[in-house]
Design a protein around this ligand. Structure first.
Ligand SMILES: *[C@@H]1O[C@H](CO)[C@@H](O)[C@H](O)[C@H]1NC(C)=O
Ligand SMILES: *[C@@H]1O[C@H](CO)[C@@H](O)[C@H](O)[C@H]1NC(C)=O
Ligand SMILES: *[C@@H]1O[C@H](CO)[C@@H](O)[C@H](O)[C@H]1NC(C)=O
Length: 488
């Protein structure tokens, strides 16, 4: 606690004692103190004190140049002569070496004297407006005089933005305030370039103003056009936005990142990586506000990592989710097979006259065959034996059925009731359920299955279902229960 207190005291002292800010902390015009400026040289053979051992009788004739080393704000120039002063004097100043000389002070002749006074002081009019900035001085003498000393006083040119200055440094360095920088506070600090730099005046301190970069950039640059367009409100453009932000104020996220609303805009975590799935998404970029990646057809999820409803995973990276062919199922119509006998109707247990051959229905079958029935004959009291030729196997049962000619078996009752209608010399689509026969090797067809007169247009969709099954389509369906579409 005492440490904090002491620190606060120090800080408050620092602010109250800073001439560049008023007690309320508002910036104000400030000037460094007037000092005697160093770095003077003279340009003519010297007399008197300036050049030890010089002959007093060879005084300076003509002009005398003084170089200050850097531009300063001059307040006074005093000359002391070891002889009677010259009868006339002109003091000129130049901003830079070899620059045009501007007369500051002119004294044509001192009346009533042979020579001029041996001490002369030029005072610049006080006040910031009338100040003289000069790095070189020229003293033109109207006759011979021996110069003993020249004293130049002034202050660093800090443009009203500093109250302290390292005068001996070359160039002298102002201790810049108001977020300015440079030897003479002649520009704004990189973080404070929202407004143009201006020198301070007693009426307008013109401090440099910070760019709003949401704490994601340390630098900005001033753009005069933007400043004009904003009506003089703001002209800063943030540079090198960090934390994956972008934009003039680092106020949105880079491509591949999105704005997490749970974090404030100034947070380092305000922008989060999209994490789009490399296969499911069309690219690495996502919606800036929601984080939603752009998914390929049939893919869903914020990162595009799942198949949407009605789609299933495939091995193709180009189309990672493919439509489940359920809606394109084939409508297979059975003839009203069984007779009107209610007992038979009950026995056959088949209310179906239409079958939607969906993937689900297909998967439920023990086998799906295209067979040609060649002949039918009674085989004992329980069975009919069919002589069939298997044309195509669309779904193979656990005990494989070969293509070509073979026997098939139908319970007599099932044929008698008309649960199955079979005629020799006809092609059928045989849908088999896992019927129990006396011999598992037998191909049994009973009332739990269906025999539908073959239609060539069924071949293609059945082939598609077969491909689905080979791609694992039936395995994927297993955990779910049959939907209503399959039961119609
Ligand atoms: C001093 O300068 C004036 C004018 O420039 C010249 O007339 C005069 O002869 C000079 N005197 C000496 C001693 O150089
Ligand atoms: C981003 O998502 C938001 C909200 O989910 C939506 O309003 C906006 O249109 C989306 N932007 C684009 C470019 O899709
Ligand atoms: C009769 O049909 C119903 C529904 O169609 C089915 O759930 C049931 O298993 C069938 N019964 C037999 C003995 O096949």
């Amino acid at each position: 606690m005492p440490v904090t207190f002491a620190l606060m005291l120090l800080l408050s002292q620092a602010t109250t004692s800073d001439p560049c800010y008023d007690p309320g902390g508002r910036p104000r015009f400030c000037l460094p103190p007037v000092t005697r400026l160093a770095g003077m040289t003279t340009a003519c053979p010297q007399a008197c004190a300036l050049s030890p051992g010089a002959d007093l009788r060879t005084p300076c004739n003509g002009s005398l140049a003084l170089a200050l080393g850097s531009p300063f704000l001059l307040t006074s120039v005093s000359l002391r002569f070891c002889t009677p002063g010259p009868p006339a004097l002109v003091l000129s100043a130049s901003w830079a070496e070899g620059g045009p000389w501007r007369p500051l002070w002119r004294r044509a002749a001192w009346s009533g004297a042979l020579g001029g006074p041996d001490r002369v002081t030029f005072r610049m009019s006080p006040g910031p407006k009338a100040s003289v900035v000069a790095s070189h001085l020229l003293i033109q003498l109207g006759g011979r005089a021996g110069l003993a000393a020249a004293g130049v006083r002034g202050r660093c040119q800090c443009h009203g933005h500093a109250a302290r200055c390292a005068t001996r440094a070359r160039p002298p360095r102002c201790r810049c305030r108001h977020h300015t920088t440079g030897p003479g506070c002649e520009s704004c600090r990189p973080s404070h370039r929202d407004w143009p730099w201006r020198p301070a005046t007693p009426r307008h301190p013109h401090p440099c103003l910070p760019c709003s970069c949401n704490q994601h950039a340390r630098r900005c640059r001033f753009n005069a056009e933007l400043f004009r367009l904003s009506g003089g409100q703001s002209g800063g453009i943030c540079e090198r936005c960090r934390h994956h932000t972008a934009g003039r104020h680092c106020h949105y996220c880079q491509p591949g990142f999105w704005r997490d609303p749970a974090e404030p805009l100034t947070s380092r975590k305000a922008c989060r990586a999209c994490q789009c799935h490399p296969i499911g998404a069309t690219g690495g970029a996502c919606n800036q506000t929601s984080g939603q990646c752009s998914c390929k057809l049939g893919v869903t999820g914020i990162r595009c990592n799942r198949c949407g409803p009605g789609y299933q995973q495939s091995r193709s990276p180009r189309m990672p989710c493919q439509r489940i062919p359920e809606p394109t199922s084939t409508l297979i119509t059975t003839p009203s097979a069984y007779g009107s006998d209610p007992q038979c109707r009950n026995y056959c247990n088949t209310s179906d006259t239409r079958v939607h051959m969906s993937l689900r229905r297909y998967c439920q079958q023990d086998y799906v065959l295209h067979a040609h029935v060649l002949a039918i004959e009674a085989a004992g009291s329980v069975w009919w034996r069919l002589d069939v030729r298997i044309v195509a196997v669309y779904k193979q049962r656990a005990r494989p059925v070969p293509r070509g000619g073979q026997d098939a078996w139908v319970p007599r009752a099932d044929l008698a009731c008309g649960c199955l209608r079979l005629r020799p010399g006809t092609g059928y689509l045989l849908l088999g359920s896992a019927a129990s026969g006396p011999d598992p090797a037998r191909l049994v067809l009973d009332r739990h299955g269906l025999a539908l007169p073959w239609r060539p247009r069924w071949a293609r969709p059945l082939r598609r279902l077969q491909e689905e099954e080979r791609a694992g389509g039936c395995r994927r369906l297993q955990p779910s229960t049959p939907g209503p579409a399959a039961e119609q």
